[in-house]
Design a binder for this molecule. Structure first.
Ligand code: UDX
Length: 432
């Protein structure tokens, strides 16, 4: 099939590359010329394990085309995927749909024969109806089917998630569009039980509901971790004990810092905003958002407590600053407010992250990036294990720090408290 991905951000690029690897011809369109130039040199603008190899392979075989020529790509394609960003609007919680509607308006002028237009961007329920209104003129009603096909890719695992999805959700009431899309996904759904055909609005809402539920699961376990710290219980026991109940499941029950990233914070806010518009009170999801915001403050206060409220001049080393490992993404990373606060309080903050230096900290006077992990840790007062990159899982702290008194605050519960105690290392973890 001939596909066109509009937007070569995370979703568009990964999906486009994976679709081409399944044998489709894929036109990846973006208005950002620099990005397209980069991609045409097979250079990847994002950090995603395995993506560069797949780009090189499919680009060579001419199944993957990067272009700024919207019109010609749309003309050639049978299916057009809208994959542009839907960030949170300034001064509100709603999703900004400007890019989505701009694309719809551009498509309106360029659709001359039957096409399926699919929204992969995360869009509030009823957005498909609005896109359809833009695209479907009375006289050419049969020319376009607007479908919702939300994306569930996790950063860092995106290729595996694409090839082995838990489910593919297709929201449409068009039998024709459903048949064509099922066919497109056939190589990866294999077992058709993984293919879920719903209404378009249903598919739009499934995406938000899933993200909000996962975010709630994390906030739930994070709050229980607070209780565990007060009652001397190990949160890992609680996660395991709960997770063994198949109705609950063991995933997304790892306690840690506030959840971050490009989806959970933005999508929970947008879902609340949508519900408010319909005068529905999503009180549980509101609590999740509140709990996650409080978590950033709570853990920063704990750092203060660990250092006996004497922050000025203290050397603090963050190991990992991204919102999770295997990504260079800093969007809504819990490290940002934490580091900003510590910087303001006069700490000497150093950080090392395998994905490199971060622009978020460039203008902060007391914050310095270290390419080398030993240099970042040398003679530090406090290590904060913020992101669970594999690089940080077998560290010899004494060798790295080379001084007697130091503290380790393990926000991801990577190390064993017992072993740390045996080694006489002052160690703090989350909920244990
Ligand atoms: C998420 C969803 O998983 C994906 O399906 C959706 O399409 C996009 O949003 P992603 O943002 O890439 O994917 O990251 P994810 O792996 O889900 O982690 C999100 C945040 O939750 C991270 O900050 C992570 O550290 C945190 N997390 C996750 C926990 O704190 N504990 C857990 O048990 C799991």
């Amino acid at each position: 099939m001939k596909l066109c991905m509009i937007g070569t951000g995370y979703v568009g690029l990964v999906s486009g590359v994976c679709f081409s690897d399944l044998g489709n011809t894929v036109y990846c369109v973006d208005k950002d010329k620099k990005k397209i130039e980069l991609l045409n040199k097979c250079k990847v603008p994002i950090y995603e394990p395995g993506l560069e190899e797949l780009i090189k392979k499919n680009f060579k075989q001419k199944r993957l085309i990067f272009t700024t020529d919207f019109k010609s790509a749309v003309e050639k394609a049978d299916i057009i995927f809208i994959c542009v960003g839907t960030p949170t609007n300034k001064n509100s919680n709603s999703a900004n749909l400007n890019y989505v509607f701009q694309v719809a308006n551009q498509l309106k002028k360029n659709i001359k024969k039957y096409k399926i237009v699919v929204t992969k961007s995360t869009v509030p329920v009823t957005t498909g109806d609005k896109i359809e209104k833009i695209l479907v003129k009375q006289k050419n009603k049969k020319l376009v089917d607007v479908v919702s096909n939300p994306e569930f890719l996790r950063e860092g695992e995106a290729i595996r998630d694409f090839v082995y999805p838990d489910r593919v959700v297709i929201g449409t009431n068009s039998k024709k569009a459903n048949r064509i899309l099922k066919n497109l996904y056939l190589p990866i759904i294999k077992k058709s039980s993984r293919y879920l055909h719903t209404s378009r609005r249903g598919a739009e809402l499934i995406k938000y509901a899933s993200n909000a539920f996962l975010a709630t699961k994390i906030s739930f376990i994070n709050e229980l971790a607070n209780l565990c710290e007060q009652t001397n219980v190990d949160i890992k026991d609680i996660s395991s004990g709960m997770g063994l109940d198949q109705r609950i499941g063991d995933r997304f029950l790892r306690a840690g810092p506030a959840y971050g990233g490009s989806c959970f914070p933005k999508d929970t806010r947008a879902l609340i905003d949508t519900a408010n518009k319909y005068k529905v009170d999503l009180s549980i999801i509101k609590s999740t958002v509140k709990s996650n915001n409080l978590r950033k403050i709570k853990l920063t206060k704990k750092i203060e407590k660990i250092l006996n409220k004497k922050l000025k001049g203290k050397k603090i080393t963050f190991l990992g600053v991204t919102f999770k490992p295997n990504t260079d993404d800093m969007r809504e990373a819990a490290s940002i407010p934490m580091i900003k606060y510590l910087n303001k309080k006069g700490c000497e903050v150093r950080y090392h992250d395998p994905s490199g230096e971060k622009k978020e900290f460039r203008n902060l006077k007391n914050v310095k990036y270290f390419k080398d992990i030993s240099a970042a840790c040398l003679k530090t007062d406090l290590i904060i294990l913020h992101t669970e990159w594999n690089d940080f899982k077998l560290l010899n702290f004494k060798k790295l720090i080379k001084k007697k008194n130091f503290i380790v605050y393990d926000l991801r519960n990577i190390y064993s408290p017992t072993k740390m105690r045996e080694m006489k290392i002052k160690y703090f973890a989350v909920g244990r």
